[in-house]
Design a protein around this ligand. Sequence first.
Ligand code: UD1
Ligand code: UDP
Length: 358
Amino acid sequence: MKILTVVGARPQFIKACMLSKIIVQEPDLQEIIVHTGQHYDVNMSDIFFNELKLPVPDYHLKIGSGSHGKQTSKMLCKLEEIMVEEKPDIVLVYGDTNSTLAGSLSAAKLNIPIAHVESGLRSYNKKMPEEINRVVTDHLSTLFFCPTQTAVNNLKKEGINHGVYLTGDINYDALLFYKSYALNHSTILSDLNLTKEEYYLATIHRAENTDNYHRLKTILEAFNELDMKVIFPIHPRTKEKIKQMNLLNLLHSSNIKTIEPLPYFDMIHIENFAKAILTDSGGVQKEAYMLRVPCITLRDETEWTETVDSKWNTLVGASNLGNISHAIANVKKPSNYPAIFGDGHSSKIMTNILLNFK
Ligand code: UD1
Ligand code: UDP
């Protein structure tokens, strides 16, 4: 079976590496990897291919940044050509980015079945580009690899019942695989002169926060009020928006340590020893839970509702400074810890499903 995998953004490289490792061991499976080039800075792309030993992509489309329509349509044109040429038996897409949408739409129009990893997640907020991408992709897919029971239930509500598998979460596979290496080899704490549990870690990149002056300002003001240093590996989108919105003065304070986006092993290490994590990232919310670090989510809703139900994750939005400060002041580790994300073998489960797919 020929599998054509479409990736393009940072979180997809981390997820895809786990499945690729298993696919390559299966003589009946062949994987062709297409990198759309949605993320292209070395520290948003190449660094993950090198560190996680992902195979060099068979095709690199070099699409780069652009408005949603331009970026997605450029991807569609090139992906269609490649799919016609390669004639894959199935197209594998991850998550909810524009690369996911382009991969699934190109495949669907050519009647190629689609397997969607991280299927069934919903925020029920269609203002998010990710929600549109994931809803469309799910309604075009044939195999639905759901990380959580909530994801399975969400698909059911939309009438999607066939080909739905509760596989567990692929980020959990990656975390279990790399955690001890990351904890033993990363020197990020000493590099940044940090003491365990005496700093907060923050990541922000979602359009709903970066593209809204009030929300972005409130987030940066909250970081400035914290009782400990905030380490802020800054996504290129956020860096640009802070400059455009004249908010640099809030960034250049003694309480915020801005750094470049981190490689995965350093990220796991710095997440693991944070007193708490403040984020709007999906992957980082999950990793906080997996590492048992309290998380404050700077969004109005989350797809990872189980992390909130278990009280490890607190949703505070990003428009009220008082709410953010209150949540951080009251951060603690709950005693319960339900197994939300499976057992860390989701890539094996997905591979077996692919092997049996006719
Ligand atoms: C994308 C995904 C988002 C995902 C995130 C992971 C979409 C709609 N959004 O958001 O779901 O959570 O990736 O990180 O697909 N830029 C650079 N260098 C890069 C990449 C981006 O400078 O290597 C800058 C450009 O100014 C670009 C902006 O970041 O315009 C946004 O990049 P884009 O890929 O469009 O969206 P993300 O915000 O990264
Ligand atoms: N990540 C990383 N370095 C960083 C920030 C994030 O390696 O500086 C990893 C993080 O550990 C997680 C993934 O990137 O595995 C999350 O990606 P991101 O936050 O960009 O996107 P999202 O998950 O929100 O789609």
